[in-house]
Write a protein that binds this ligand. Structure first.
Ligand SMILES: [Zn+2]
Length: 283
């Protein structure tokens, strides 16, 4: 499931072919993804210029010259493919239409952007630009973890008195937007904090340390995504999925990577999701 760094990688990959470009034709091949697609979606997209491509949490937002914003959510299995344009020295020809190609945008510049989603947990919507906060998927989201509003004092204040485990608190999108299961496990490992510990019981100086670690974990993953973008130019034009090296995530029973620690990575289930951590050095 794509998390914030993967979504940001997709956004950066789409930027050169979409920003400033007019959508020459839009093909919408079914009435719904996870939810119904907007009415007359193809018509509303055709002829629109993409003025800005931004990201909020795990949503890609394309502000259009028509006064509407196109929201794209990759869901569990959504993929974005680029074809028909020069990417570095390689030319990607349009592939034959594939199963699950639900939305196809042909940009006036020659690139084709295809949204393919086998499981259809993805979503797209159109809404009036400037009304992000009123959109049901965006309303109530906390600050961006890489943005200025998310800082040490903010996090200390938001966690104060909370009896939920710190893992659940950091996954709470109202506290911080876009953090998911993988990067919360990685952050708590680096912070040496037991994921089961009640959020409100963690000393302020330890909470303080979480903020730069969250930024570090996400920034490293975005950096890795950047290298994958350079690679895709030689591959098939698919954006956003890349090889990661995690320290604890999905590494059950592996020796703990903390120097000097003799523990092993454990897996537990919290609120229905796997948590990976070292019971020896995370307290
Ligand atoms: Zn350890």
């Amino acid at each position: 499931m794509p998390e914030l760094p993967e979504v940001e990688t997709v956004r950066r990959g789409l930027e050169p072919v979409m920003t400033g470009q007019v959508i020459a034709t839009a093909q919408v091949n079914r009435p719904d993804l996870r939810w119904p697609l907007p009415e007359r979606m193809a018509e509303r997209l055709t002829g629109a210029r993409v003025d800005r491509l931004r990201r909020r949490s795990k949503y890609i937002l394309a502000d259009l010259s028509t006064g509407e914003t196109l929201l794209i959510h990759l869901g569990m299995s959504g993929r974005m493919l680029i074809s028909g344009t020069m990417l570095g020295e390689f030319h990607h020809h349009h592939p034959a239409p594939a199963r699950h190609d639900h939305v196809v945008l042909d940009m006036a510049g020659g690139a084709r952007v295809t949204f393919n989603d086998a499981r259809r947990f993805g979503a797209m919507d159109l809404f009036a630009t400037g009304t992000d906060d009123a959109h049901p998927l965006l309303a109530g989201l906390g600050p961006e973890p890489l943005g200025n509003a998310f800082d040490e004092d903010y996090l200390i204040a938001r966690l104060k008195g909370r009896k939920t485990p710190i893992k659940a608190a950091l996954l709470d999108q109202r506290i911080v937007a876009g953090l998911g299961n993988i990067y919360v496990s990685e952050t708590l490992f680096r912070a040496g904090i037991d994921p089961r510990r009640h959020a409100g019981r963690i000393a302020a100086d330890r909470v303080r340390r979480l903020v730069p670690l969250i930024r570090e974990v996400l920034s490293e993953a975005i950096e890795a995504g950047g290298s994958s973008l350079r690679d895709y130019r030689q591959a098939d034009g698919e954006l956003g999925y890349f090889q990661h090296t995690f320290r604890v995530y999905d590494r059950e029973n592996a020796p703990c990577p903390t120097p000097g620690c003799t523990g092993h990575v454990a897996r537990i289930v919290q609120s229905g999701r796997s948590t990976f951590f070292c019971p020896r050095c995370q307290r």
